[in-house]
Write a protein that binds this ligand. Sequence first.
Ligand code: PLP
Length: 423
Amino acid sequence: MASTYWERAQAVIPGGVNSPVRSFANVGIDPVFIGKAEGAYLYDVEGKRYIDYITSWGALLFGHGYRPVAEAVTAQLQSGVSYGLATPQEVDFAERLTAAVPSLEMVRLVNSGTEATMSALRLARGYTGRPKILKFSGCYHGHSNELLVAAGSGALTFGVPQSAGVTEATAQDTLVCPYNDVQAVAEAFAKYGRDIAAVIVEPVAANMGLVLPKEGFLEGLRRLTREYGALLIFDEVITGFRLAYGGAQEYYGMIPDLTCLGKIIGGGFPVAAYGGRREIMQYVSPSGPVYQAGTLSGNPVAVAAGTAVLKQLQDSEVYRRLAALGEAFRDGLRRIFSKAGIPVQVTGVGSLTGLFFADDAVDCFERIPPANQHLYRRLFGLLYEEGILFPPSSFETIFISAAHSMADIGRTLDAMEKIFKRW
Ligand SMILES: *Cc1c(COP(=O)(O)O)cnc(C)c1O
């Protein structure tokens, strides 16, 4: 059955999927077609069950079929699905976001993380009147042209297009530095400082596997951006409402100028947001000169889902629970790898976990050994046979949701132990 869907899909959808990583091309397996999902589990169209560590790429903090979301959405459906006009619900939602996230005084709702980062960068350029931005290799901020840029050869060159269709001219306005390298950022500012509108960073890098910020890295970015009058943008599309209710900025005690949110805040629906200091946000149209709009922005059904999630997160023990699950998972993994004598670096914070087949600690994209990819691919396939679904790429993060139980973690560790006994 799945193989027929796969054949049909490839005939009518490029690569058979609506987002590349779903094709499982990185792990050399035909993609799974999902029939339904509940809690921590996915079921494919043939009814096989998987423990899900993708959780819609981190969007589902409470797992699949979360009742408060389903109820809120069902209730909103009775009153209409979209008005294209202002609603009380979006005001309430914006108040919740600004109350939760330390740097947010004002916020604008959009439909995807890509839109949030793209709009935040336009705003940073409009506000500062400067053309260039600085990003880090291995950080993903969505698929807008200026962010699909890789490091050029050699230190301190301009970026090069990472995708066909991105022009050299666009790439030249994006500077790329290695993650965790404050010195490289200082050199970039020394050379181009007055042209740099913003530094955009994932405060925990969760799109090259999982790489934590070293002590002093985020602080260094804060100091340099202030010194040169550039804006600091935290892309918290993954970390927002995940590391803490106030995101990575609460967790690390940092105040960026602008923040991008997505994934969790939509409860599985397309909601994202960007926001920050009032004085900057007032540059956004219609109050200011930076244009940005959206037919479905603040869609009432999607906002109902997001609001249901934020309500549940506000006074809950969920962060303690997620951290306990994450710690147990990582402790178990480290024990298994050390017993098997296999050099694997296990990284993580709270519900985010990464593993690198590497002898030494990985603190930036450049330090990921090339062999990591095929070793991860082999692990993915063996886990998949056991009904455990890790992300189908070594550059993604393993997500635990509040629907996972210690028993799910235990089953996963048992499967890993079995796999690494015969590795
Ligand atoms: C997923 C992601 C995005 C892009 O969000 P989309 O909703 O997929 O456009 C941006 N930044 C980060 C850090 C992400 O993980």
